[in-house]
Design a protein around this ligand. Structure first.
Ligand code: CMP
Length: 144
């Protein structure tokens, strides 16, 4: 990918600090940068998910179904990553993620993520911990 370097991504997103430059380079070689308008749905709760995302510009809303109504769980800002749960655990998407205004994403296919995380267990552990924490938070929000 030409316009985002490994070092830039490390600055944008903490996660990439757990990789070295070679790991970031490998991952970025398999990534795609995309831009989307306000309201664009990046992933939908209940669907199969095989991509992992880093938000490089803008904000997104994370929401989930609560007895037939969409309930906001979180708002993520530039530098945040999402989509880790379905990719790591081979589960359906746990929430719907929608653009709040214009956004830019870096998208990583599961195969790239699997390959790199196999070599960087610290990054894998961090991602799965965040996933567990987020699902507990989401559950607490939905029960409140
Ligand atoms: P995944 O289940 O693959 O797709 C939806 C994503 O929303 C999920 O991965 C997380 O990245 C994100 N998500 C779910 N719950 C929360 C939460 N409580 N806070 C922030 N992000 C969340």
């Amino acid at each position: 990918m030409s316009d985002v370097s490994g070092n830039q991504l490390a600055k944008v997103s903490k996660l990439f600090e757990a990789l070295d430059e070679a790991g970031r380079h490998k991952l970025l070689g398999l990534a795609k940068k995309t831009r989307h308008p306000d309201g664009f749905v990046i992933c939908q709760e209940g669907e199969v998910g095989d991509e992992f995302y880093v938000l490089v510009a803008g904000r997104v809303r994370v929401s989930a179904d609560d007895l037939g109504e969409s309930k906001e769980i979180a708002v993520l800002e530039k530098g945040a990553f999402f989509g880790e749960m379905a990719v790591l655990n081979h589960e359906k998407r746990s929430a719907t993620v929608t653009a709040l205004g214009e956004i830019e994403l870096v998208r990583f296919p599961r195969a790239a993520v699997d390959q790199v995380l196999a070599e960087y267990p610290a990054a894998k552990e961090m991602l799965s911990k965040v996933g567990v924490m987020r699902s507990e938070e989401a559950l607490a929000k939905l029960m409140s």
